[in-house]
Structure formats: structure tokens, C-alpha cells
Ligand binder design. Structure first.
Ligand code: 5AD
Ligand code: FES
Length: 355
């Protein structure tokens, strides 16, 4: 195991079989070594800085039907909502005052939020808060649409690939959603120039070391600027609602592996990680993560964006979330960075736009 970890760090990647061995054969010692190495690498590139992203969950309408997701179109129990442009801009204003310099607009694939509406929204945010980055996370779109939003000023895009194994993809999604299309979207986003994020759920039903090894191979190939991983958590009104949740232990292990593969990657300690364990996000930072994404959505709608059960932070006002998170970040020896937190590859290009 030690030799595998050494080589992972030196070469930034392993073969698929070696990833299987690293995951399958994991034990407390390999977890500790990975964590220590990942922490050292993160420290070298980012010091003690943790970047905050203000997450605005602006619509829970979605035309897709992912079997794991609480806002899937077939879920009749979820109360649907859609924030207006004005409400979203109000969230940004509150967030700016609280020190956020990145806004993440996340939503389901909602046909009422047309590409033009999102384009206008991006323009307005970038005009009013020109020192901020805008991240979009609104699913699969045609290349022209991604291009148009990029030209309007969007900087980053999050689109988890969910699983790199096409059979496994079919276990998690209906026939009409395909891994092939997802991957084409990710390649287009990279090509257009977005700081691009892929990722997957840890412990998703049907996932084993073989699937995870494929996820890691895909991440290595795509070289994303961001990677979002968190445990799968069942949502009771979905087809996978009776399946067991992913574990803290395996999620932390994978965070460390990803940090060693991509030393400069922007890697969030996710809300899902904070949901399965009270100190999940702090432990995530200690395992190599360097981003947190507190919720900026209006409190009235938070419970309705329930991708999974028992999601944390649904009752807190934005200001409370920031303070709570700041305390948590500092409790494990890190500090909140006051900058946009672009990936190093993009700082040269985008750095001119702000100080
Ligand atoms: N548990 C954990 N994560 C989930 N997501 C969706 N449903 C769940 C769930 N039940 C994740 C998906 C998606 C991201 C926005 O949230 O990976 O890409
Ligand atoms: Fe919306 Fe999966 S249910 S993207």
C-alpha cells in the first residue's frame, strides 16, 4: 500500500487495477498516510486557506429523473419553487456583504429558466459585483448555451459525472439520460474555458471499488479544476430511498486520493459530508479538501431543495451559516480566504479582472 501511495503522489495517477487495490485493501494505516500526504500537498499549494462559495439553489423544478435525487421529476411529494431574478440578486447582495466572492447558481434542469434568463442573470451579477466569480450548476446543456453563458461572464461550471461506469450509470438514471452525453458536456465545458467540476457520490447503490477506480481514471483524464464528492444519502421518496448511505470513512479516503492526484484542485467538503457526520466537513478539510459551500438561499425554500434526507443548514439564515462555518474552519486550524479562489491555471487570465 505504501508503495502505491508513494507512486500516486509522484505520478499523479495509478492504473485502474492499482486504484482497485488501493480502495479494496484500505485500512487505518493507509487512510492515515493518505490523509497526511494530502494535507501536506494542500498546504503547499493553498496554505491554510479555505474558499467559501455562496450557494443559491434557485429552482427545484427538474425535467430529469435520477433515481437517487429528491427533486427528480417523478417525485410528487416535493413542493416545487423557483426564485425570481430579483430574489437571486438579493441573495447575492446579502452574500457580498458577508464576504462571498463566488456565487454558485444551482438548480434542476428547469425549462422555465431559459438560457436567455440565465444569461441575463449572469450579466447582471457580473455587472453589479464585478469582483465576483459566477459558478453555474444547471445540468446538461447544448454547447452553444454553455458558450453563451461563458460569454456573459460565467467563470465556472459544476456538473458531476455521477459515475464513470456506463452500466452503473444506467442503474442510477433512466434510459434517456446517458453517460455519453454527460461526458460530452464536460468536455465542452473544458473546451470553452470554464473552470470545470466533475464528481460523484460515494457509496451510491451498485458502486464498488471497480466503479470508483473508473471514476478516478476519468478524473485523471479530464483534469478538472474542481471535483465534488460527497456520500450518497437516501431520500425516502426516491427509488433508491431504502438503500444504505455512503460512509464518512470512504469519502475521506477518496478526498485524500483526489488531492494527491490533482494537487491544485478545488475540492469542497460538501454539505452531504456534513450531513452524515457532525464534524464531516472539518474532517473533509483535514483529509485534503479546501472549499466550503454554505447555503445562501432564502430560508423559506431551503427544505424544498432536499436532494437527500436530513440535509443540514436548512433552518439557518445566510449570516448564521457563514459564522458557523467560519468557526468550524478555524477550529481545525484553517482560515477563510478573502479572495475569489480561482484555480491556479486560471488566475493569470482572470486575475486581471480583480485585485
Ligand atoms: N445523496 C447525495 N448526493 C446527492 N445528489 C443528488 N442526490 C443525492 C443524494 N441522494 C448530488 C448529485 C448531484 C448533486 C447536485 O447532488 O451528485 O450532482
Ligand atoms: Fe435533477 Fe437529477 S433529478 S438532475
Amino acid at each position: 500500500m505504501n508503495e502505491l501511495i508513494d507512486r500516486l503522489e509522484r505520478q499523479g495517477g495509478l492504473s485502474e487495477q492499482e486504484y482497485v487495490a488501493l480502495i479494496h485493501g484500505r485500512n487505518e494505516e493507509s487512510a492515515r498516510i493518505l490523509r497526511q500526504r494530502a494535507a501536506a500537498v494542500r498546504q503547499m499549494h493553498y496554505g491554510n486557506d479555505v474558499y467559501l462559495r455562496g450557494l443559491i439553489e434557485f429552482t427545484n423544478y427538474c425535467k430529469n429523473d435520477c433515481y437517487y435525487c429528491g427533486i427528480r421529476c417523478s417525485n410528487r411529494k416535493v413542493e416545487r419553487y423557483r426564485l425570481t431574478e430579483e430574489q437571486i440578486l438579493d441573495c447575492c447582495q446579502v452574500g457580498y456583504g458577508l464576504g462571498y466572492r463566488t456565487f454558485v447558481l444551482q438548480g434542476g434542469e428547469d425549462s422555465q429558466y431559459t438560457p436567455e434568463r440565465i444569461e441575463n442573470l449572469v450579466r447582471q451579477i457580473k455587472t453589479r459585483w464585478s469582483d465576483c466569480a459566477v459558478t453555474l450548476s444547471v445540468g446538461e446543456q447544448p454547447e452553444e448555451v454553455y458558450r453563451c453563458w461563458f460569454e456573459a461572464g460565467a467563470n465556472r461550471y459544476l456538473l458531476r459525472h455521477e459515475t464513470a461506469d456506463s452500466e452503473h450509470y444506467r442503474q442510477l438514471h433512466p434510459e434517456r439520460q446517458s453517460l455519453e452525453n454527460r461526458m460530452e458536456c464536460l468536455r465542452n465545458l473544458k473546451k470553452i474555458g470554464y473552470q470545470t467540476g466533475c464528481g460523484f457520490m460515494v457509496g451510491a447503490p451498485g458502486q464498488g471499488a471497480a466503479q470508483l477506480a473508473k471514476d478516478l481514471m476519468l478524473i485523471h483524464e479530464l483534469q478538472p479544476e474542481m471535483v465534488g464528492i460527497g456520500p450518497f444519502i437516501p431520500q425516502k421518496d426516491t427509488p433508491l430511498g431504502q438503500e444504505p448511505a455512503g460512509t464518512l470513512e470512504l469519502t475521506l479516503y477518496l478526498l485524500s486520493i483526489i488531492r494527491l492526484m490533482l494537487p491544485q484542485v478545488l475540492l469542497p467538503a460538501t454539505t452531504a459530508l456534513g450531513t452524515i457526520h457532525p464534524q464531516g466537513r472539518e474532517l473533509g478539510l483535514l483529509a485534503g479538501a479546501n472549499v466550503c459551500m454554505p447555503n445562501l438561499s432564502p430560508v423559506e425554500v431551503r427544505q424544498k431543495y432536499a436532494l437527500y434526507d436530513n440535509k443540514i443548514c436548512t433552518g439557518e439564515e445566510a449570516a448564521e451559516c457563514v459564522q458557523c462555518l467560519r468557526r468550524r474552519i478555524e477550529s481545525v486550524g484553517f482560515q477563510v480566504a478573502a479572495t475569489r479562489g480561482d484555480h491556479v491555471n486560471k488566475r493569470k487570465e482572470e486575475g486581471k479582472l480583480y485585485v
